[in-house]
Design a protein around this ligand. Structure first.
Ligand code: ASP
Ligand code: MG
Length: 403
C-alpha cells in the first residue's frame, strides 16, 4: 500500500485537482493506493475567519460563506456541471454548524469557543473529498471517499493532540479493506481527527502531513508520498535564495530537525509515526511529479556531502524574523565527517541580534538569531554567501595544495 497525500496548492482549483488525480490514477495501476487530502489552498484560513465572525455574531460571516460556497461550486462547474448531492448535503451541514456558532452565548468559555472554531476549520478537508473522487472516477479509477475523521487521538488534550496509531488502525482497517479488496482507491481527509471521547477535532494547523504519516503507519504502508508545489526540502527557500539546492536525501532525524527549525515544506512531527515501520517518505512536486524530490529514509545510506540549511520564520512579535542555520554532517560509509568550527563561523554574523551558541555535541549544530522582518530575505542571501565562502575555506584547509 502506498499512501499519497496532496497539499492545498495541489488542490487549489479544478485544473490542479485533475492533475493530482492523474498522479493517483497512474500510481494505482501498479500498487494499491490510499489518498489523503488537505483542504484547497486558503480554505482553512477562510473557515476560521467565518467561525470567528459567527461567534462574534458579526453578520459578515454570511458573505464569507457565500464566497466559500462559490469557490467550491466553481470546482463542480469546471469538473461536472452541477454540484453533487453530497456537496449540497455537506454545505447544509456546514451552514447549520455556523448558525450554531452564532447562537453560542457570548459568555461561553474561551476554550469551548476555540474547540468549536477548530472543529469548524476541518470542513475544508471534508468538502474536497467529493470533487477528488469525481476527478478520479472521471479518469477511470474506481474510488470511494471517506467523509469522517480517519485519525483517532490517544488523549483529549487539545493543546497537544497525540494520535494513536493502534486506534486509527482499528477504525480504518475494516472500513478501507473492503474498498482496497475491490481495487478501489480510498480518498480520506487529512487534518481532522476524533478525540478519545469521539468528538471531532484537528491535528493543528498544517497537520495534514502528520495525518498522512499516522495513516501510513496505521495501514502498514510501504511508502508515503507527499505532493506539494515544490519538489522537496532545499538548502534555503529558493524563492529568496536563487542558488539554493534541493537536498535529495535526508534521514528522518535530519528532516525532523529542519522542519522543527522553520522549514515550511514538512510538518515537524510527520516523520515520527514512520520510524517504527521504517516507512520511507518521498516529497515531490505535483507540478513536476516525475522529477526527483527529497527522499526521507531511516538512516544514512551511501554518500552525501555535508549541508547547511537556512530557514526563516516570523517571530511571535511579527516585526522580527527568526533565522536558523542547521548543519547536517556528510554521509560516508567509512569515515566520520569533521564537525565545522562553528565558533569561527559565528563571528561572521555580526548583524545577529541574538546568537545562540551552538553546543558542540548537538547532533545537528544550529546557529539561531533574530533580525528585523524587513531584513530577513537579505539576511538569508548573505548567510548563504557566508556559508559558501566558509565551506570553500574549510575545504582548502582540509586539502592543502601540493607544492
Ligand atoms: N488545511 C489545514 C491547514 O491549513 C491542514 C493542512 O493544510 O495541513 O492548516
Ligand atoms: Mg501543508
Amino acid at each position: 500500500m502506498r499512501v499519497i497525500k496532496f497539499g492545498g496548492s495541489s488542490l487549489a482549483n479544478a485544473e490542479r485537482i485533475l492533475a493530482s488525480a492523474q498522479i493517483v490514477a497512474t500510481a494505482s495501476r501498479t500498487a494499491p493506493v490510499t489518498v489523503v487530502l488537505s483542504a484547497m489552498a486558503g480554505v482553512t484560513d477562510t473557515l476560521i475567519s467565518l467561525a470567528e465572525h459567527a461567534l462574534a455574531r458579526n453578520t459578515a460571516w454570511h458573505d464569507i460563506s457565500d464566497m466559500l460556497e462559490a469557490r467550491h461550486r466553481a470546482i463542480y462547474t469546471a469538473l461536472a456541471d452541477t454540484p453533487t448531492e453530497t456537496f449540497v448535503r455537506q454545505w447544509d451541514a456546514l451552514l447549520s454548524d455556523a448558525e450554531h456558532l452564532s447562537a453560542l452565548p457570548q459568555n461561553t468559555e474561551p476554550t469551548t469557543k476555540a474547540a468549536a472554531v477548530a472543529r469548524f476549520s476541518g470542513w475544508g478537508e471534508r468538502l474536497i473529498i467529493d470533487p477528488f473522487v469525481w476527478a478520479l472516477t472521471h479518469l477511470g479509477t474506481p474510488t470511494r471517499g471517506l467523509l469522517t475523521a480517519p485519525v483517532l487521538l490517544a488523549s483529549v488534550d487539545d493543546s497537544l493532540p497525540i494520535p494513536s496509531i493502534l486506534a486509527t488502525r482499528a477504525y480504518l482497517a475494516p472500513r478501507l479493506a473492503p474498498m482496497v479488496a475491490r481495487g478501489c482507491v480510498p480518498v480520506i481527509p487529512g487534518y481532522i481527527a476524533g478525540d478519545a471521547t469521539g468528538a471531532l477535532t484537528t491535528l493543528g494547523r498544517n497537520g495534514s502531513d502528520y495525518s498522512a504519516a499516522v495513516i501510513a503507519a496505521a495501514l502498514g504502508a510501504d511508502s508515503l508520498v507527499i505532493y506539494s508545489d515544490v519538489s522537496g526540502i532545499y538548502t534555503s527557500d529558493p524563492n529568496i535564495v536563487p542558488e539554493a539546492t534541493l537536498i535529495h536525501r535526508l534521514t528522518y532525524a535530519e528532516a525532523a530537525a529542519i522542519a522543527s527549525r522553520g522549514a515550511k515544506v514538512l510538518h515537524h512531527s510527520a516523520t515520527e509515526p514512520l520510524v517504527r515501520g521504517r516507512i520511507p517518505l518521498y516529497l515531490r512536486s505535483s507540478h513536476l511529479p516525475d522529477m526527483p524530490g527529497t527522499d526521507i529514509i531511516p538512516e544514512p545510506c551511501g554518500i552525501r556531502p555535508s549541508r547547511w540549511v537556512i530557514a526563516a520564520h516570523p517571530a511571535t512579535n511579527n516585526t522580527e524574523s527568526d533565522i536558523t542555520i542547521t548543519f547536517l554532517p556528510s554521509w560516508s560509509p567509512n569515515s566520520v565527517s569533521p564537525s565545522p568550527d562553528l565558533t569561527s563561523l559565528l563571528v561572521r554574523f555580526p548583524h545577529a541580534a541574538i546568537c545562540e551558541q551552538p553546543s558542540s555535541d548537538a547532533i545537528f549544530p544550529t546557529i539561531h538569531f533574530r533580525v528585523p522582518a524587513h531584513q530577513a530575505a537579505e539576511t538569508q542571501r548573505a548567510a548563504h554567501r557566508t556559508l559558501t565562502a566558509f565551506d570553500c575555506m574549510a575545504h582548502e584547509i582540509m586539502t592543502p595544495h601540493q607544492s
